[in-house]
Design a protein around this ligand. Structure first.
Ligand SMILES: [Zn+2]
Length: 529
């Protein structure tokens, strides 16, 4: 009988994508992805600790908390929590302390089970299991100091959060900030949910409070809450006269703050400085609150700013996170991929465009995320859109989000005016280059048809252009919308003007030399002129 067979011998053929993912996970186990190395300092747990945690953990009792298991011979079986099924193909071996699903190919040990089911990093899972098994978590001596400092910094951030938060709801002190937030349409519930705060205008209000509570001011400086006075002793408050947006990690720890200026203070948005506990490129604002809904819906929406996330939450859209102004980083993409493989970018129209041309969006695709772009009406960020036009329109824009390729084609077409056949040829070339990365022939065929349609040229022309470009450039990777083509276009237009218009020619002679033209042909013509 099937169940009598040793499941670890009878391996089901693993799907290739699982295999690739498994290999990636294994490779990542001891690298920065899992947070074992931070700030260039090893924070490895002491020797044999992981082994001890593994030995002292009971796989069957852990899995039983998530999946009802039934005894089957010397193993246990149940319904797989990682794919939907009606007959159990999920087996747990108490003897080997391993689990395996014959349906979807998932499998592993006690660490990988907890990582997968709770969306944890390896280190997070190991710590949780240590606690369960009553194993004392100890680090190597070299990382002990770092661990202690990290704990201390989190406590300082906790203190700062409550201080800022109390300010906001203090009748006298918080009046200004509170009325600003109310004017922007926020209600008290959402302000509480995001633990918003207010930094007073004074240069030493947080400083004094921290002193009173006995915190080390140098710790506050490490976190960017204070700055050292230049040329003299002492510190001053970094966040002044600002609405405060606390940034929490997925374990609900306060890692940093964003502050929006309420007066003339520059910059308009100020963030905590990078520290042992805060790395902006690895943080997503709102993920602590949004992660469950993102997992549930299988979709994350990425916006630019704090207010965009808060507006979405206030109107019941709770699968939204912010990349905090900067273009999305590979680390942020990886962080998101723990919860979903589908992402919709809802940046301000200009930023999304810049991201696309800087290959910022390709980065998401390369993190194995399916990326779409919601095209917002000109001049509206998600915050304004949701508040002014309502959540219905937001839903529609997310639903109608364009695939990355569609979006890039639109971008090319909207940025270039097609006046003549030559313009059309150039645009066609740029579009064909966008299609270069498509491996699936059916998808490619669809896009070639679409491109021909949108350019109003014969489909065969687009196809032969694609073939031509492939031959002439071989495997050389050309940048999307390379700056050269733009430069060339300007030069061509200028030359055109110089030929047609005598005044323009005279003006040009005063300003430029023939050698300023980058294109050799253009240079020759300019020399003749
Ligand atoms: Zn399964």
């Amino acid at each position: 009988m099937f169940w009598m067979l040793d499941p670890w011998v009878q391996k089901s053929p693993r799907r290739r994508s699982d295999e690739v993912q498994r290999r990636q996970e294994n490779r990542g186990l001891w690298t920065v992805d899992y947070g074992l190395f931070k700030e260039g300092v090893k924070v490895l747990p002491r020797d044999n600790l992981i082994e001890e945690i593994g030995q002292r953990s009971d796989l069957v009792s852990l899995i039983s908390e998530y999946v009802p298991l039934k005894k089957a011979g010397k193993n246990y079986k149940g319904l797989c929590p990682f794919h939907s099924e009606r007959t159990p193909s999920f087996i747990v071996s108490p003897e080997k302390q391993l689990w395996h699903c014959f349906g979807c190919g998932a499998g592993g040990n006690v660490f990988s089970f907890l990582m997968k089911i709770e969306n944890l990093s390896f280190l997070e899972a190991a710590k949780a299991l240590a606690q369960r098994a009553g194993v004392k978590w100890q680090s190597t001596p070299q990382s002990k100091g770092q661990d202690e400092l990290r704990e201390r910094l989190f406590k300082v951030n906790d203190f700062a959060l409550s201080y800022f938060h109390d300010n906001l709801f203090n009748l006298k002190r918080g009046k200004l900030a509170l009325s600003y937030l109310k004017e922007r349409g926020l209600d008290k519930k959402v302000m509480e949910e995001f633990k918003l705060g207010f930094a007073l205008p004074e240069w030493d209000s947080l400083l004094k409070e921290a002193q009173k509570k006995g915190f080390l001011l140098s710790d506050l400086e490490k976190l960017g809450l204070l700055s050292a006075r230049s040329g003299q002793e002492g510190y001053y408050d970094n966040f002044r006269h600002r609405v405060i947006f606390p940034i929490l990690d997925t374990q609900e720890r306060v890692v940093g703050f964003g502050g929006r200026s309420l007066g003339q203070e520059e910059p308009k948005y100020l963030n905590s400085r990078e520290s042992l506990v805060f790395n902006k490129s690895r943080s997503l604002f709102g993920l602590n609150l949004a992660k469950q809904e993102i997992s549930k819906q299988g979709l994350a929406i990425i916006v630019e700013g704090y207010m965009d996330v808060i507006a979405a939450f206030q109107f019941g859209k709770t699968n939204v996170v912010a990349s905090m102004g900067t273009s999305l980083t590979p680390e942020q993409a990886r962080l998101l991929s723990r919860y979903t493989n589908s992402v919709v970018i809802a940046y301000d129209p200009d930023l999304a465009g810049r991201m696309a041309s800087k290959r910022g969006l390709d980065l998401l695709s390369s993190a194995n995320l399916k990326v779409k772009v919601a095209v917002l009406p000109e001049g509206k960020d998600p915050d304004e859109l949701i508040r002014e036009s309502g959540v219905k329109l937001w839903e529609e824009l997310v639903k109608d989000a364009k695939s990355l390729i569609d979006y890039k084609i639109d971008l090319i077409l909207s940025h270039q005016e097609i006046k003549d056949v030559e313009d059309k040829a150039q645009v066609a070339e740029e579009i064909v280059r966008v299609l270069e990365g498509i491996k699936n022939p059916v998808v490619l065929d669809g896009y070639l048809k679409l491109a021909a349609q949108r350019l109003q040229v014969d489909e065969s022309a687009i196809r032969s252009l694609k073939a031509q470009l492939k031959i002439s450039y071989g495997k050389k990777v050309r940048k999307f919308a390379s700056p050269i083509s733009g430069q060339k276009k300007i030069e061509r237009e200028m030359l055109h003007l110089m030929v047609e218009n005598k005044a323009a020619l005279e003006a040009a002679k005063m300003e430029i030399l023939p050698s300023d033209f980058t294109d050799p042909t253009f240079r020759e013509i300019a020399e003749v002129l």
